[in-house]
Write a protein that binds this ligand. Sequence first.
Ligand SMILES: *Cc1c(COP(=O)(O)O)cnc(C)c1O
Length: 456
Amino acid sequence: MAELPRHKVLLDESDIPTRWYNIIPDLPTPPPPPLHPGTGQPVGPEDLAPLFPEQLILQEVTADRYVEIPGEVLDVYRLWRPAPLYRAHGLEKALGTPARIYYKYEGVSPAGSHKPNTSVPQAYYNAKAGVRKLTTETGAGQWGTALSFACSIYGLECEVWQVGATYDQKPYRRMMMEIFGASVHRSPSEVTQSGKAILAERADHPGSLGIAISEAVEVAAGDPEARYALGSVLNHVLLHQTVIGEETLLQFAKIGEVPDVLVGCVGGGSNFAGLAFPFLREKLAGRMSPVVRAVEPTSCPSLTKGKYAYDFGDTAGLTPLLKMHTLGHGFVPDPIHAGGLRYHGMAPLLSHVHDLGMIEALAVPQSECFVAAIQFARAEGIVAAPESSHALAACIREALACKETGEERVILAALSGHGHLDMPSYQAYLTGAISDEVITEDRFTASLAELPEIQG
Ligand SMILES: *Cc1c(COP(=O)(O)O)cnc(C)c1O
């Protein structure tokens, strides 16, 4: 009898990697530091202390190649890790490609995405530092859900500001946050000065991520027992996500495969960096040579259309200046863009790695992403998060290129989450309400004209 095809590459719970990987010491030059907007000088740990606990600030600037994952964090990771690596036999067959396609699936976590990989250690270090409450912002609710879950595990209060428009239109993630014990405000809210000021101008304001960040930061900065948590962009977030890539390396070693191409979607850059950085370490050491490709939406194309410059991390201009690929902190993607990945900038560390020429970037229109997600769902049985569908679109492009040339390349795709709570986006696609936004160069020029003065 022929050998049955293997669908999943599984590891034992005891095989979860016990260290996170920091790529910085392996880079030819370190990334440019964040700057204080007033002085133009690099920000020091003391500038960050009102918002983050010491351990996370240390991880933000560490020069160590590896950071041990605390046992109490591994205990929680074990609820869903090791995450499965799948061979996409169904998709390969549907495409008729000679490529071997693998995907690393993070949708098995309590929040349905990769985000608990960092919300859990962030809540842990805050709880150990005696913090009582964490505040954060959330758009569609993925990050808010992940942080609520982590806070419930370590006995922290969690207060979330959710962008008004999604609070109204997509109630299910708010319900999940409340199940995990968080209190959720519709942003702009009456409980902060920044929220009140905006509501005074316009009582039915739909909100934005920038406003929600201002509210969460204001409350954390004004309460000595509260701190703030961010779900992407920062070095310590990317560090925590490397558990994805370390695990995938073990899975590839187990089946004796080596990837030729790695694709992942990028919003702030954390799930992509989490998968890619350990593979880039192997590439730098000459042990493999995959092409590493970041995929973004054409409606918010920071890597392919943005400028590599110092800019604010938020819309309101409250954060330190970060050197990153940015479309300008005032850039907001059009409402017809349904696929997430709406951040105006890109993680500074990933921007630096791109600037060094270590990764490629590609922008894909959303209609192609939904076509890819539907094809993937019908072949593999998983309804992907609209964000993750960008990785699937790039994966399918690569697999079809292999069909043209007959090359048996090994493709690894990052499947960052499931889309079970994103049905309104799928509904829009299925009823023909999705179209591709064409952004004129003028719009990029206009928002890039607002970059702050200090340039590094
Ligand atoms: C938040 C999110 C993203 C985008 O964030 P990154 O920091 O770029 O990873 C991608 N996929 C899913 C499922 C998410 O929830």
